[in-house]
Design a protein around this ligand. Structure first.
Ligand SMILES: [Zn+2]
Length: 323
């Protein structure tokens, strides 16, 4: 087990393997930043292992080839590089799924079965999901598909219903703190990083390792300044324009939630609470939309204008220190 908070997910998986009820399709789902792809890879290694050992024996030919990264009975489908732009595409295309299905019909080379990981599964476009559905309806005997999804609600119900689900959750705060300490991160940093990562330990570690906590603080300062009338929405949007959209929207959502908490404690009006709640919903929606072609700068500007309308008397957690 690579991460201790995967224990219950592994128990679900073990329930299938121990009772010889291994499904043709598994769906590992839960928030990003909790190691779902690592778990999928761990399950794949076990399913391919010639010794059938939990987590893979590490010594058989299959495990050795798997560690080398190019196992002939294993496939991983994710975003491809767009040869025109040189950038990663943001959808999984039908051609990728068709190639995968072709490979699934070939005989195995080393292992007792074939394993394919599709991640993030919710980014399959409609025709890709449709092509996969046909295979889910008529599974190939010796193949296990592992779909990894951050947001199952964005997958067609027809696909969802044909997969056995394995949920991965962020660990309890104390467990996450313990893990970050073992990673050599100080308690103070870990505390702030977990707050910025909404409790997701791998994301918290990334924030610390890449110096992104500074960005988080910067974003919070901009939000405070905006409501105190010390910054305009244009300047605020510009200050945030370099930040990774997915992270930024997570932080904006967390800030809205923090305002709501403080508002509730201080007996803020229903109208104010509703406004903060609406802003949180918008931030969550925009975090999902950031993968689409919608103009980010316009979404951000619009959100910040609405944020500015909240009275400065309703503080963020750290307003007093920051002001
Ligand atoms: Zn092995």
């Amino acid at each position: 087990m690579k991460y201790p908070w995967h224990r219950s997910a592994l128990e679900v998986f073990r329930g299938y393997t121990d009772n010889d009820r291994l499904p043709h399709a598994l769906m590992i789902h839960g928030p990003s930043g909790c190691g779902k792809v690592a778990l999928a890879s761990e399950l794949a290694r076990e399913l391919l292992c010639l010794e059938n050992a939990p987590g893979g024996c590490g010594a058989c030919r299959s495990c050795q080839v798997f560690s080398g990264g190019a196992h002939p009975d294993s496939r991983q489908i994710s975003f491809e590089v767009n040869s025109n732009t040189g950038k990663l595409r943001d959808v999984i295309r039908v051609s990728q799924i068709r190639t995968l299905i072709e490979a699934m019909y070939k005989t195995t080379t080393i292992s007792p079965r074939k394993v394919a990981i599709i991640q993030p599964a919710e980014r399959m476009n409609a025709s890709a999901a449709n092509a996969l559905l046909k295979t889910l309806e008529e599974p190939v005997g010796d193949t296990v598909l592992i779909l990894v999804a951050h947001d199952v609600s964005r997958l067609p119900a027809t696909v969802r219903s044909r997969c056995q689900r394995i949920a991965v959750q962020a660990p309890a705060h104390a467990d996450a703190m313990e893990w970050l300490a073992a990673e050599g991160i100080s308690a103070g940093e870990a505390q702030e990083a977990l707050e910025a990562a909404a409790g997701r330990p791998l994301e918290a570690r990334t924030l610390v390792e890449n110096g992104l906590i500074e960005q988080y603080r910067g974003a919070r300062q901009v939000l405070v300044a905006l409501r105190q009338g010390k910054a305009g929405d244009g300047a605020a949007a510009a200050a945030m324009s370099d930040m990774d959209p997915e992270r930024l929207w997570t932080w904006l959502s967390l800030s809205s939630a923090s305002l709501m908490r403080n508002g509730l404690q201080r007996g803020a009006s229903q109208r104010l609470l509703q406004h903060a709640s609406k802003l949180q919903g918008l931030a969550d929606r925009n975090r999902i939309l950031q993968a689409s072609s919608v103009r980010q700068d316009l979404l951000l500007r619009d959100w910040l204008i609405q944020w500015k309308q909240l009275p400065a008397t309703l503080p963020l957690d750290q307003d007093t220190q920051e002001a």
